[in-house]
Design a protein around this ligand. Sequence first.
Ligand SMILES: [Zn+2]
Ligand SMILES: [Zn+2]
Length: 408
Amino acid sequence: MDTNQLLKKKRFIAIICTGLIIACFFSTAAFCQSEHVNPWAPAELGELPPVASITNGVWLKGELHVHSRHSKESSNNPVKKIIAFSKSVGMDYICITDHDNHVNGDVAHNTWADPEFKSDSLLLLYGAEWTTTRGHGNVFSARPYDHQRLYDVRDQRDVVVGAIKKELGIHLSANHPSGKDHFGYSYDMVNSIEVWNSAVWSKNANAIMIWDDMLSSGRKLTGRGGSDAHHGEPIPPEQETKNTYQAKANYVGTPTTWVFATERTAQAVVDALTNGRVSISANPFGPRVEFYADLNDDGKMDMMMGDNVKSTGKPVKFRVQLTGKITAGSVYTIKVIKDGNKFGTFKIDGQTAVIEFTDTPITIGRTYYRIEVEGPPTAYPQVPGSMALSGNMVGLSNPIYFNFDPNF
Ligand SMILES: [Zn+2]
Ligand SMILES: [Zn+2]
């Protein structure tokens, strides 16, 4: 064999080998493809729990994040003042959430043991701000619980924290999730997320982004508000502090979280929060956005925000309405968000305060819709500086869900 023939033979063998390798690769790929079944792929869900009554209940408004004198950096804000103010602006419930690290986890012998921690008309939730190296979260409970255990476990792995949370039977909520003290834990162990922290609406954009990410990935997570107010108006002989100015711009009710509760009890408030029958308004006097859906085109609404049903493949009629004080002649912009993306924009005027739209959620896989409302601010004379900070942001609904797996 001369050199030329040898080269030709080598080239021939190389081509054959390459061909074999490619053929082998494709056949393996084809083999893998046909054998692989993703056990997590969207599939038809079994029966979902029935939707609760959308009429037997009461809308209650409240504040879910406020600090009293039991938080070290708070000023002029004793429990008595917070309760009196809350009643004066018509709140139905509040949760005083002092920093647990300021009392080494012992909120039971501080905030809750304060002789002023009582009210004959306002529902008082038991809670605290879980203040940890990895971020902040609020606990909401209808009754006292062993907060010390949650404080003690704060630096453990999420699987350990989650187990303790479950044992305590509490509602845990991620606070200001993208701020300086972001929420650095798994969202799998929380029931809600603070998507509207303080009167300064503009700083919440990243919290909304995180919320949409969690919803889009299958987590049925309630969005809620909280003023995070630390400072009260001094009543003599109390003295002004360098932070007193905040009391005029951010205090109880900026924003206000509304819940559709089955009854006027602390437990019903916590349950409504967990179930997502929740709407947030810029202040206690602003209009509340309500969001409903008619599943069978009989003109009667069948579900509201927070509710989850199986999609039938038929079109669903949605209704958005503003309830409360609406100035005649004012125009509000209703933004519909579907699966984290803008779906449509509508205008509501003070005359009707209702809009409807139709869409068909997919039959296999999840869909959610939620509402944002912009428009003229409503006066809140007790916290006059809050209007400028909230700008045009009027209200936020929780989602209406389709095909969300309750066992996710
Ligand atoms: Zn905080
Ligand atoms: Zn706080």
